[in-house]
Write a protein that binds this ligand. Structure first.
Ligand code: ADP
Ligand code: XUL
Length: 524
């Protein structure tokens, strides 16, 4: 058996990617279920999420359950022989929490393959919706947790992160305080990643260290829950969490539900699911310190591999464990990623090709026109209320607004990445919007370095599949594989966009003007 499956449960879709490593290792299959296409009416989601007002953004976990059944049915019905899969690992959008009652464990253990997952699991949630990473409603809880943990700096030192609104701990605290009854009915709290892994394993499985570090609850150096942080967050939290698992150790075999319903081998191994960005770190080949990646998905993230914990004193950057169980990753998350680009695209009635043409038709620097693209509240820089700012920019000029939103995103990524202290000498790019070469050209010029694109934009799912392969090789008594040799066949650049010296010069000069506009807007 030479095939490995990676499943990515992201904000807007669930993706399966199968690698075949038999002879020359390659990506054999990529399939996605887009949530809005299938579930918009039944669950009321838009872009995979529910806007509940007041900065609260949730998703229904039962939708992820249905999506998993649909994705695997599509794979089976499209003729892919799932019996040949040796192992599965996965990735999930980070930080989102799933709240389960005491019926969840037994329900997972007795799944009937003749009925759908959603039919059998509708009753296992103690909270019908899961707060996700886009939720900005927990500022008060962040400050309370920092205070209870002895202050902002002690929490930063212990967990690698100051308290962030989207992180799981502040979200759990909010639930425990706003719905104590629901919290008391909660037997287990998992993340999106561990929840999908639990479905496949047919039992509740733990959070891995990579995704666990996005909770404000993990001792980042010990890679275990930090009792002080649990205590600062919510009552009796420890008993609602399973102990953290290393990312590289298998958690068991696939449940008979999937073996019988979809034809998986009953010996198919399940490895822990991790966060989407930690999996992308592997999928983009960042297994040694120094290289930098850019993911243009629903969120935009810029991240780098580090061999030790380096924290962001300004509280803008995040630090996670790498799911290689060795390294760490530094990450900056910009909430106004694809949805901001789509807002501009839709405002001027463009498609993506016309959007790219607008970038071709306008010069680097945009004639001095600037935008702060806070279509929604922003994570970095911290902007609690939405509000788009235009300077020397005519709102009626479609082309200039297209360039302004992309230049703002790229300049912001340069401005806010200084704390990582990793020289940006190349950008490995991924995510849906990395399909757009003109967007990448702006990033290459702003950072003054080449941008490399790879065979797939689904780097999180690829990283998960590579983790499954690496994990099996480590277990099987065959020659163990190093991370560099695992990722190498899949991370050879397919296209490289080189910076243009004139464009780069314009942006070096423009950075100060952008920074000053941002300072003035965020100070207010
Ligand atoms: P996520 O994994 O966060 O759900 P993806 O990485 O799949 O997101 O990216 C999806 C996004 O990619 C869409 O929301 C869309 O805005 C964007 N996208 C797709 N094609 C293009 C394109 N040609 N140009 C710019 N953006 C694009
Ligand atoms: C990272 C973050 C997002 C989500 C969704 O901290 O919040 O990138 O992981 O992709």
């Amino acid at each position: 058996m030479s095939k490995y499956l990676g499943i990515d449960a992201s904000t807007q879709s669930m993706t399966a990617l199968i690698i075949d490593v038999e002879e020359s290792p390659c990506i054999a299959v990529e399939e996605s279920v887009i949530f809005d296409d299938h579930f918009r009416d039944r669950y009321g989601v838009e872009n995979g999420a529910l806007d509940l007002g007041g900065g609260q953004v949730h998703s229904p976990p039962l939708m992820w359950v249905e999506a998993l059944d649909l994705l695997l049915a599509n794979l089976r019905d499209n003729g892919h022989d799932l019996a040949r899969l040796r192992a599965i690992a996965g990735s999930g959008q980070q930080h989102g929490t799933v709240y389960l009652n005491q019926s969840a464990g037994p329900a997972l253990a007795r799944l009937d393959p003749s009925r759908s997952l959603a039919d059998q699991l509708a009753g296992v949630f103690s909270r019908p919706t899961s707060p996700i990473w886009m939720d900005t409603s927990t500022t008060a809880e962040c400050r309370q947790i920092e205070a209870a943990a002895g202050g902002r700096l002690p929490l930063l030192k212990l967990t690698g992160n100051t308290a962030f609104e989207r992180f799981s701990g502040p979200q759990i605290r909010k639930f425990s305080q706003s719905d104590p009854e629901g919290y008391s009915r909660t037997d287990n709290i998992g993340l999106v990643s561990s929840f999908v892994a639990s479905l496949l394993a047919g039992r509740l499985v733990p959070v891995d260290a990579g995704d666990g570090s996005g909770t404000n609850l993990l001792d980042i150096r010990r890679r275990q829950w930090a009792p002080e942080a649990l205590q600062a967050t919510a009552p009796e939290l420890a008993r609602r969490l399973l102990p953290v698992t290393p990312s590289t150790r298998a958690i068991g075999e696939i449940s008979t539900y999937f073996a019988q319903r979809y034809g998986f081998s009953p010996t198919c191994r399940i490895f822990p699911f991790s966060g989407d960005n930690p999996c992308s770190l592997i999928g983009l080949g960042l297994v040694e310190p120094g290289s930098v990646a850019l993911s243009l998905g629903t969120s935009d993230t810029l991240f780098a591999c580090m061999d030790q914990v380096r924290v962001s004193d300004s509280g803008e950057g995040a630090v996670f464990c790498s799911p290689d169980d060795i390294n760490y990753m530094a990450l900056i998350c910009f909430l106004n990623g694809s949805l901001a680009r789509e807002a501009v695209r839709d405002q001027y009635g463009l498609d993506w090709e016309q959007f790219a043409q607008a970038l071709r038709d306008t010069p680097p620097g945009n004639g001095g026109a600037l935008m702060l693209p806070y279509f929604a509240a922003e994570i970095v820089p911290h902007v609690p209320q939405p509000g788009v700012v235009r300077q020397n920019l005519d709102a009626a000029d479609a082309n200039a607004n297209v360039r302004a939103v992309i230049e703002a995103q790229a300049l912001s990524s340069r401005l806010h990445s200084a704390w990582m202290d990793v020289p940006v000498t190349s950008l490995s790019v991924t995510g849906g919007a990395s399909a757009n070469e003109e967007i990448l050209r702006v990033y290459a010029n702003v950072h003054g370095c080449p941008a490399h694109r790879f065979q797939t934009t689904n780097s999180a799912a690829l990283g998960a599949a590579l983790r499954a392969w690496h994990g099996c090789a480590g277990e099987s008594g065959e020659k163990p594989m190093g991370w560099p040799e695992t990722v190498e066949p899949f991370t050879r650049p397919q296209t490289t966009i080189q910076p243009d010296p004139a464009g780069s010069g314009v942006y070096s000069r423009m950075l100060a003007a952008y920074e000053s506009l941002e300072r003035r807007a965020t100070a207010g």
